[in-house]
Design a protein around this ligand. Structure first.
Ligand SMILES: Cc1cc2nc3c(=O)[nH]c(=O)nc-3n(C[C@H](O)[C@H](O)[C@H](O)COP(=O)(O)OP(=O)(O)OC[C@H]3O[C@@H](n4cnc5c(N)ncnc54)[C@H](O)[C@@H]3O)c2cc1C
Length: 665
């Protein structure tokens, strides 16, 4: 953050204490200090340089990833970093790598599904990275439908082993990150077959490569699935293909916390409930939601700073042109995204609490809140990743032509981020799961079943079906209760309408659900938006210190809620929750709120406390010194290594020198 501050005049406009907002964004003072220290450590280390990524070929890119991952591990050991510090270090290195899957999926799968003995055997090796693992679930022909997986694990009682086999082409494992070139082990999901009987899909720890020469073990065929969307982006990762030809593993390598296969080949359920695995899922999805707020805030930070630097039109008598951030259209596209980044941050914080709550309840054998927690994390994963992927692309457009340059950081951020809409559950498939849960909740209301957690508002269904907003003037939309009730009534009514339509089918569970799937997804979205709005409002009930901090967060909360209301006005009006006049008043209030955000915009993105290294964007530089740096950077492109390009003699010169007989051709 050196040099002249070209954005100083923007920073001087801020009406709140930015340092205090940094603490709110980080979650606590300790979290802020940890992030700040580790991000600077990474930024100052030349091995973690990333500005050269766009010009690297696949092989160099991949080798560079290996180099960075090895160096990161070395730093973790040398500096004796704690687990949270090591996690932050990997995050700030900001390059998708096999380590993401090792720490993010392989280790949690063993922690969640392994017995105590299995954990004692495998986890120390994984923690020391003496084995490197990945998560091999998806197959060439099967992804969302996990129950349709074809890989088999057949128990052989003679040798006390499982035989892992890929019976068809479509059963080839396909996609697992870290599998293609690095992992030595995998948690492989396969159908358990005992004595000809199929017991469904289970997880198995399988060694894939020799720990000495890294060659695949006998019976294993393995490779990388090839280039993915975006050049540098996710191509640092070795997503892989894997087939098994009757590969044998000891019986004790089936993950047996929930169900076991005995020496005699008997399939038994342990007394540990199946729902335990949900706990891991809540944890993984909580991280995805937290990551969504990070990715969106990076894009918003770039677009906001650049919008304050960029000027177009409006110059009179040779004076300065207008900053594009002052255009109302720019504000109406950018500020809802700025507000969303904060909203997702707070809902992510709440999910962390939910995970702790779920874990405590599981220990006490209380499973009552699990289905709701499971549905709500699925929905929030879907909602936040979809909005973030769309939001990054919007930020690219907000930066005009320069946003399309790799040096803006936005194309790579987009390409790296978009698969989040697909992995860990396709976003539409997840919303359909949420919808099923909502339909069940509605149908059980008549039987006296009390809805819990984020569906608790359904208990007031009668009242919500009677509701009509009493907004009379634009400022009424600033009252949290007014907003909350409108969102609750809209979600409840959309759910009830779906439930009523489903009941017209002779087979509502199947045929009805298929036919009404699009409406059900919309009802699920309405429910998930309500959760985010309500958690933002809850956050504002807490003590928040620092001059003006709480007030500007209240402004952002209203921007988030009212911009959604404006976007989905059709839902709110057609369900009779508000009338068109009240819709117009919400829009009027929104315009007013944008004017309040405007002087604080740059300070609000400064509060993310991102280093220029992490942001990786010339347009989003802290000092706003965009044009000289863009000009300087452009000469570093490999095409500019020579003044006359390679190929001139073969392909350009002959064209220029051609002697055509027919001059008119
Ligand atoms: C970058 C990346 C990394 C990945 N990493 C891993 C990994 O480490 N390990 C691993 O095992 N897998 C991994 N995957 C795979 C990922 O988990 C799957 O791609 C994901 O679960 C989606 O499944 P699918 O590809 O089968 O999509 P499909 O289910 O085939 O989806 C195709 C379309 O069908 C729609 N659709 C599917 N079912 C329904 C339904 N019931 N109703 C309505 N619409 C439906 C979807 O909405 C989508 O539009 C990764 C994928 C990507 C892109």
């Amino acid at each position: 953050m050196e040099g002249v501050d070209h954005l100083a005049f923007e920073r001087n406009k801020a009406q709140f204490d930015v340092d205090e907002m940094k603490i709110v964004w980080a979650g606590s003072r300790e979290d802020f200090e940890l992030s700040d220290r580790i991000s600077r450590l990474v930024a100052s280390d030349p091995v973690f340089r990333k500005d050269d990524r766009a010009a690297l070929g696949r092989k160099e890119l991949f080798k560079n990833t290996l180099r960075k991952a090895a160096h990161a591990w070395k730093r973790v050991i040398e500096l004796r970093l704690s687990e949270p510090e090591a996690y932050k270090l990997r995050a700030f290195v900001d390059q998708p790598a096999f380590t993401d899957l090792h720490w993010g999926m392989f280790v949690p799968a063993i922690q969640g599904q392994g017995t105590d003995e299995q954990q004692q055997k495998w986890l120390p090796l994984a923690y020391r990275m003496q084995i490197i693992g990945c998560y091999a679930q998806t197959e060439l022909g099967h992804g969302s439908n996990v129950q349709g997986l074809e890989t088999t694990a057949t128990f052989d009682p003679k040798t006390d082993e499982f035989v892992i086999h890929s019976p068809t082409l479509t059963s080839s494992k396909w996609w697992p990150g870290g599998l293609g070139k690095v992992s030595t082990h995998a948690v492989v999901y396969a159908r358990l077959i005992i004595d000809g009987q199929d017991y469904g899909v289970h997880g198995f720890i399988v060694q894939l490569r020799s720990l000495d020469d890294h060659l695949p073990l006998p019976g294993i065929t393995i490779g990388d699935i090839g280039m993915k969307f975006g050049n540098a982006a996710y191509n640092t990762m070795d997503n892989g293909v894997l087939t098994f030809d009757h590969v044998r593993i000891p019986r004790n390598q089936m993950l047996m916390r929930v169900s076991q296969v005995t020496r005699e080949g008997k399939y038994v359920h342990s007394n540990v409930p199946r729902q335990l695995v949900y706990g891991t899922m809540v944890n993984v999805r909580q991280k995805i939601v937290a990551d969504a707020s990070v990715a969106l805030s990076r894009a918003v930070c770039i677009a906001t700073r650049y919008s304050a630097v960029r000027r177009q039109f409006g110059s009179h008598n040779g004076g300065l042109e207008t900053q594009v951030i002052d255009y109302k259209t720019q504000q109406s596209r950018l500020f809802p995204l700025l507000a969303s980044a904060y909203a997702f941050r707070f809902v992510g914080e709440w999910l962390l609490w939910l995970y702790t709550d779920v874990t405590e309840r599981l220990k006490a054998k209380d499973f009552s809140t699990l289905p709701e927690a499971h549905a709500c994390t699925a929905g929030l994963k879907s909602l936040t990743t979809t909005a973030t992927a769309d939001g990054i692309e919007e930020c690219r457009k907000l930066c005009g032509g320069h946003g399309y340059l790799c040096s803006s950081g936005l194309p790579e951020l987009f390409a790296v981020y978009v698969p989040a809409c697909t992995y860990e559950g396709d976003n539409i498939v997840l919303l359909l799961q949420v919808a099923r849960h909502l339909m069940k909740t509605v149908s059980q209301l008549s039987t006296g079943n009390k809805p819990v957690g984020t569906t608790a508002y359904m208990a007031r269904l009668e009242q919500l079906l009677q509701y009509h907003s009493d907004v009379k003037k634009a400022e009424d939309w600033l009252k949290p209760n007014v907003v909350l009730e409108a969102f609750e009534a809209r979600a409840a009514r959309m759910c009830v309408a779906c439930a009523q339509n489903l009941s017209k089918f002779s087979n509502p569970e199947e045929a009805g659900f298929q036919e009404l799937a699009a409406d059900l997804v919309e009802a699920a979205v309405a429910h998930c938006q309500l959760i985010v709005v309500s958690k933002f409002i809850d956050k504002l009930q807490q003590d928040i210190s620092g001059k003006g901090v709480k007030h500007i967060l209240e402004v952002l909360c209203s921007v988030y809620a009212l911009s959604l209301l404006h976007k989905h006005l059709g839902d709110f009006i057609s369900t009779g929750c508000i009338d068109p006049k009240q819709g117009s008043l919400a829009n009027e209030q929104l315009r007013n709120l944008y004017s309040q955000v405007r002087p604080n915009a740059v300070a609000l993105v400064d509060a993310y406390n991102y280093t220029d290294h992490y942001l990786g964007s010339i347009l989003g530089r802290y000092d706003g010194n965009v044009y000289p740096k863009l000009y300087e950077e452009t000469w570093k492109d490999p095409l500019n290594d020579s003044i006359v390009p390679d190929g001139f003699k073969e392909y350009i010169q002959p064209l220029l020198k051609q002697q055509l007989r027919n001059a008119r051709l």
